[in-house]
Design a protein around this ligand. Structure first.
Ligand SMILES: Cc1ncc(COP(=O)(O)O)c(C=O)c1O
Length: 394
C-alpha cells in the first residue's frame, strides 16, 4: 500500500475524530520512525508520550514475546502471575498502596473520580481541578478537564466539578466547600502548555487536602515513567499524593492504565464497585514490567536529566538568536518552547518537513518530549532541524 491507498481506506471506514498528518508510520526503533514510503523521522513526541522508552524497546518486546507464548488475556475473576508483579513494581517505585489496572489515561482518571466519590459518599462529591488541565475524553474526564473546547456539544455534563487557576493557592482555598472531596491535577500540565506546579504550591495543596480530609489526586499520565528525570514527577516535590493515575508510557507502546491508591484509602473501592475487562492483562503488564526494567538497566532517569539539560541549553542559546522564542519551559524531557506567535503551527510543519516530529499545544507552545533513551547525536540532529525550522518562519 502507499499513503494514498491508506488514506482512502481511512476516509471510507474510519470515523474522522482526528486530524491526521499525511503520513503513515509503519516502523519504529528507539527515537526513530519510518513511514510507508521509507522516509525516516526523528520522533521527539513519540505517540503522544506513549513510547517514552523509545519505539519497540528490546526489553518491552522481549517480555511481550515471552508472554505471547504463554497467554494473552486472563479475566480478573482469576489471578494471573504478571499483574501483581507490576503492581509491586509500581508501589515500590512510588508509595505504599495498591493498584487498579485499566487501559488508558481517561480510564485511570475515571477510577480516581470513582474513588473520590466513594470516599466522600454520601455528603461530599465535588472535585476541584485546574484551568487548562487535561484529564481525558470520557464524559467524566472532559468534565474534569479545565478546557472548554473538549466539552462543546456534550452537555449536559455530570455535576460536581469545579475549576480554579493553576498555581493559585488562594483561588483553590476559596473554592473548597463542605462538599469538596478531592483536588485533582497534573504536576506539569502537558496539553495546557507545559505549566509546572510551583514547589510551595504543591506543598500547600497537599497540606490543604490533609487539613480538609480531601483526596489529593495527581494525574501523572503524561509526566510518569521517568519523563521528568524522576520516575514520577511528584518526586520532585516534598509530597505524596493520595492517588496517582498512570497510562501512556507505562506500557511502552501497549495500552495500559493504572490508578495507584495510598494504603489508607485502599479499602474504598471494594469488590463490585469498579472493573475493567482488559485491565491488568498479562500481556500489557509484561510490557510495563519491561519499561521498568529498561529504565533501571539503562539508567534512563539519569539520561532524562542529562538529555533534558542539554536540550534546554541549546534552546536557550537558540532563544538569543531568535527573539521569536519567548520562554523555555518544563523539567527533564518534558519541554515546552513558548513562541511569540499567535500560531506556532508553521514551526511544527517545518520540523515535520525537515524530518523531526514534535507537537504544538495551546497554539504557541512547541512540545518536545523525546524518549528517555534519546542519544546526544539525536539531540544534535533534532536541534539543528528545529533551528532551521524557526529560522524559516522568523
Ligand atoms: C495528563 C493526561 N491525562 C489523561 C490523558 C488521557 O489519556 P488517554 O488518552 O490515554 O485516555 C492524557 C492524554 O493526553 C493526559 O495528557
Amino acid at each position: 500500500m502507499d499513503i494514498a491507498e491508506v488514506k482512502s481506506l481511512y476516509d471510507k471506514y474510519v470515523l474522522s475524530t482526528y486530524s491526521r498528518q499525511e503520513m503513515c508510520i509503519v516502523k519504529g526503533k528507539g527515537s526513530w520512525v519510518e513511514d510507508i514510503a521509507g522516509n525516516k523521522y526523528l520522533d521527539f513526541f513519540p505517540g503522544w508520550a506513549v513510547s517514552g522508552t523509545g519505539h519497540c524497546h528490546p526489553r518491552v518486546v522481549a517480555n511481550m514475546k515471552k508472554q505471547l507464548a504463554r497467554i494473552l488475556h486472563v479475566s480478573n475473576n482469576f489471578y494471573n502471575d504478571v499483574q501483581p508483579l507490576l503492581a509491586k513494581k509500581i508501589v515500590e517505585n512510588s508509595f505504599p498502596g495498591k493498584v487498579f489496572f485499566c487501559n488508558s489515561g481517561a480510564e485511570a482518571n475515571e477510577a480516581a473520580i470513582k474513588l473520590a466519590r466513594r470516599y466522600g459518599n454520601p455528603s461530599r462529591y465535588e472535585i476541584i481541578t485546574m484551568e487548562k488541565s487535561f484529564h481525558g475524553r470520557t464524559i467524566a474526564t472532559i468534565t474534569a478537564t479545565g478546557q472548554e473546547k473538549v466539552k462543546t456539544g456534550f452537555h449536559p455534563l455530570p455535576e460536581g466539578f469545579k475549576h480554579v487557576p493553576f498555581n493559585d493557592i488562594g483561588a483553590l482555598k476559596a473554592a473548597v466547600t463542605e462538599k469538596t472531596v478531592a483536588v485533582m491535577m497534573e504536576p506539569i500540565q502537558g496539553e495546557g502548555g507545559i505549566n509546572v506546579a510551583g514547589m510551595d504550591y504543591m506543598k500547600e495543596v497537599s497540606e490543604l487536602c490533609r487539613e480538609r480530609k480531601m483526596l489529593f489526586i495527581l494525574d501523572e499520565v503524561q509526566t510518569g515513567m521517568g519523563r521528568t528525570g524522576k520516575m514520577f514527577a511528584y518526586q520532585h516535590y516534598d509530597i505524596i499524593p493520595d492517588a496517582m493515575s498512570l497510562a501512556k508510557s507505562l506500557g511502552g507502546g501497549m495500552p495500559i492504565g493504572a490508578l495507584v491508591v495510598k494504603e489508607e484509602h485502599a479499602g474504598v473501592l471494594t469488590p463490585g464497585t469498579h472493573a475493567s475487562t482488559f485491565g491488568g492483562s498479562p500481556i500489557a503488564c509484561a510490557a510495563a514490567l519491561g519499561v521498568f526494567e529498561a529504565i533501571e538497566e539503562g539508567k534512563l532517569l539519569e539520561n532524562a536529566v542529562r538529555a533534558g539539560g542539554k536540550i534546554r541549553k541549546v534552546l536557550k542559546k537558540m532563544a538569543r538568536k531568535y527573539p521569536l522564542i519567548k520562554e523555555v519551559l518544563g523539567i527533564g524531557l518534558m519541554i515546552g518552547v513558548r513562541m511569540d506567535m499567535d500560531d506556532a503551527g508553521p514551526v511544527y510543519e517545518a520540523c515535520l518537513r525537515g524530518g523531526l516530529l514534535i507537537n504544538c499545544t495551546q497554539k504557541n507552545v512547541l512540545r518536545i518530549m523525546p524518549p528517555v533513551t534519546v542519544k546526544p547525536r539525536e539531540i544534535k540532529i533534532a536541534m539543528d532541524i528545529l533551528d532551521k525550522a524557526i529560522g524559516s518562519v522568523a
